[in-house]
Design a protein around this ligand. Structure first.
Ligand code: NCD
Length: 362
């Protein structure tokens, strides 16, 4: 299918770069759906609710063999490329299996050392070549903003394809934020939903891109309060705080994790992203007061949800894994379903899943 109404076409790069993130985000949508999925800022509340609802429908449809085969037929004629220029197993597999659920044919490049980049090809050229073979690019890259650059570049070729950001530098991880929202929504299903909840983000908030994307998405919910719990040098970026101020969100920055524990409905734990450290920097840092241990469980609210994007180190003691409040294993499953929902929406095949679901339940 040749895509009409390509939202990024004919917008000069210099002009695009000058836009704020919310203004950029307007160029990533098409027909009320995500086309490129690059920034958390592009998802408004109706879109978030739609994706969560679609993910739930897909997971129910997939419970039978007939339903699974129906889903696998939806994008049977489409191909996608997974281009992961940064370590990943869970996000890679999550997208891989999500693509399989809706029938996408998948190709992958994970090790740029085996690609023509070693012959001096620019990364832009590499991705442009990949895009010629496929109908979608799903990419992870160490450089913030690179996925945007690729989306812009491809939009201005004769064969544009949508680009999904599977993690970019220290700045954004929008699909992780989608699965986090989906997990919070399900966790609070019988507690009034996400509106009015208090969320603590704990750990490396300076370089944890999942936190940055999720804090942004949470501004779409009413009366959500946030605590940012971190050592001062790893506190959340001023750009996120400015976005929260603009959205009228109440928040507090603190290093006192113990004080925050009984006050919150959700705790979002993160690992120290020491791959960005200078040599020796991490050895000097003691982050043990930002760990959640078994003895803390009694201090948490009975319905509190404990999340972690994974991989985990010592941030959450393994004794907590079987506590009913531990949601991090469910996050993994939820990620697969909501990524399947996102892929279907991008290709505008979501209404077919709606119809199948309706027949199933009527
Ligand atoms: C996160 C990431 O890559 O940003 N992992 C993930 O995608 N689940 C978090 C991390 O690496 O700590």
């Amino acid at each position: 299918m040749i895509y009409r109404d390509n939202p990024l076409k004919d917008l000069p790069w210099a002009e695009f770069q000058r836009l704020g993130q919310s203004e950029k985000a307007a160029h990533f949508k098409r027909n009320g759906r995500p086309y490129h999925a690059l920034l958390a800022q592009q998802f408004d509340r109706p879109m978030l609710e739609r994706l969560c609802d679609l993910a739930t429908k897909i997971r129910r449809i997939a419970k039978t063999r007939g339903g699974m085969l129906f889903l696998q037929d939806l994008l049977r004629e489409k191909r996608a490329m997974l281009y992961f220029a940064q370590p990943s197993t869970r996000t890679f597999l999550s997208f891989y299996t999500a693509g399989q659920i809706v029938g996408l044919n998948l190709a992958e490049v994970r090790d740029t050392a085996t690609s023509s980049e070693v012959k001096g090809e620019s990364q832009e050229d590499s991705v442009r070549v990949f895009s010629s073979y496929v109908d979608m690019i799903i990419m992870r890259h160490p450089e913030g903003g690179f996925a945007e650059r690729i989306a812009w570049l491809l939009s201005n070729t004769t064969r544009p394809v949508p680009v999904i950001n599977a993690g970019s530098g220290k700045d954004q991880h929008p699909t992780q934020a989608l699965l986090d929202i989906y997990t919070l929504e399900r966790s609070f299903e019988s507690h009034g939903g996400i509106d009015g909840k208090t969320v603590a983000f704990v750990g490396d908030l300076a370089r944890g891109r999942t936190v940055r994307s999720l804090a942004w998405l949470l501004t779409k919910y009413r009366d959500v309060r946030m605590f940012f719990v971190a050592p001062p040098e790893l506190q959340i970026g001023k750009d996120i705080l400015a976005a929260l101020d603009a959205a009228g969100v109440k928040y507090e920055l603190t290093a006192d994790f113990a004080k925050v524990m009984p006050e919150v409905d959700a705790i979002y734990m993160t690992r120290i992203q020491d791959e960005w450290d200078q040599p020796g920097e991490s050895a000097q840092r003691d982050v043990s007061t930002f760990h959640l241990r078994a003895e803390h469980l009694a201090r948490l609210k009975p319905h509190a949800a404990i999340l972690h994007p994974l991989p985990r180190r010592a941030e959450i003691a393994t004794e907590i894994d079987n506590d009913p409040r531990a949601m991090y294993w469910r996050q993994v499953r939820n990620g697969m379903w909501i990524r399947a929902a996102l892929i279907l929406s991008v290709f505008e095949r979501d209404a077919e899943a709606d119809r199948y679901y309706q027949d199933l339940t009527s």
